[in-house]
Design a protein around this ligand. Structure first.
Ligand code: DC
Length: 234
């Protein structure tokens, strides 16, 4: 029986810096479905914690952060002019601020906290339960939506991911060495896949998309082909 795309949940998990959000955004645009960037939600909580001095010197005041969670409102709103979806924290557009190095340097610690994950997973489930949605993250196919209709596990070699990040950082005027970036990519892989709470791992029913040598368009086509094979109407 033909399936309606607006009732489907698509989960994209995988390593950091392998282009999950690019392909998820392209897919959402093409299929006219919602996109939920779950990494942005962990980043928004981290930004809140930094602004409210709940993290200092790399140490998190866990008790205070736990009681503050009820005061953290995270939403995605579409920017019609840009054709993008942006992250809002307590009524403020924080899309740019959640991508700063300071947030990036603290988000792994925040996303390792069980109480933060519990709250954000509930929020992600309520945002996506009706379907017509693509979510990207680390635990979408394993924890958030274990019954997702299509699960993709994206990866690319550490060297290729480091090269992409290195090029991106250079474009932004930053000046790291390639070795530093490669080490950061490898460290994040290790932290993501060995943490106690919801470590990054491939769901047993996920399909692997190794995009080491694929362009964004080829990745999009690859996913559309999978949907066609599933008899999805889009
Ligand atoms: O995808 P990203 O780099 O924006 O994610 C930011 C951080 O959040 C990263 O350290 C991994 C973590 N994360 C997570 O633990 N679970 C998710 N579902 C999404 C992101």
């Amino acid at each position: 029986m033909t399936k309606n795309i607006h009732a489907l949940i698509i989960a994209i998990d995988g390593h950091s810096s392998c282009g999950k959000s690019t392909v998820a955004k392209d897919l959402a645009k093409k299929l006219k479905i919602a996109y939920i960037d779950t990494g942005a939600m962990y980043r928004a909580v981290t930004l809140y914690a930094l602004r409210n001095k709940l993290i200092s010197g790399g140490e998190i005041d866990k008790e205070k952060l736990n009681t503050s969670l009820k005061d953290i409102d995270i939403q995605f709103r579409s920017n019609v002019n840009e054709g993008t979806n942006e992250t809002w924290l307590n009524g403020e557009n924080v899309e740019e601020e959640i991508r700063t190095l300071e947030v990036s340097n603290n988000v792994s610690q925040v996303s390792a906290l069980g109480f933060v994950r519990k709250r954000l997973v509930e929020l992600q489930q309520s945002m996506g339960e009706k379907g017509g949605v693509v979510l990207d993250g680390r635990d979408i196919g394993t924890v958030v939506f274990p019954n997702a209709d299509l699960k993709i596990f994206m990866t690319a070699s550490p060297e290729i991911r480091a090269q992409r990040r290195f090029d991106e950082m250079k474009m932004k005027g930053q000046n790291p060495t390639f070795e530093e970036v490669l080490e950061n990519v490898k460290n994040r892989d290790l932290m993501d896949s060995t943490r106690k709470e919801s470590p990054l791992k491939q769901a047993s029913d996920a399909i692997v998309l190794d995009n080491s040598h694929l362009s964004p368009q080829q990745q999009l086509d690859w996913i559309l082909e999978k949907l066609t094979q599933m008899d999805v109407d889009f």
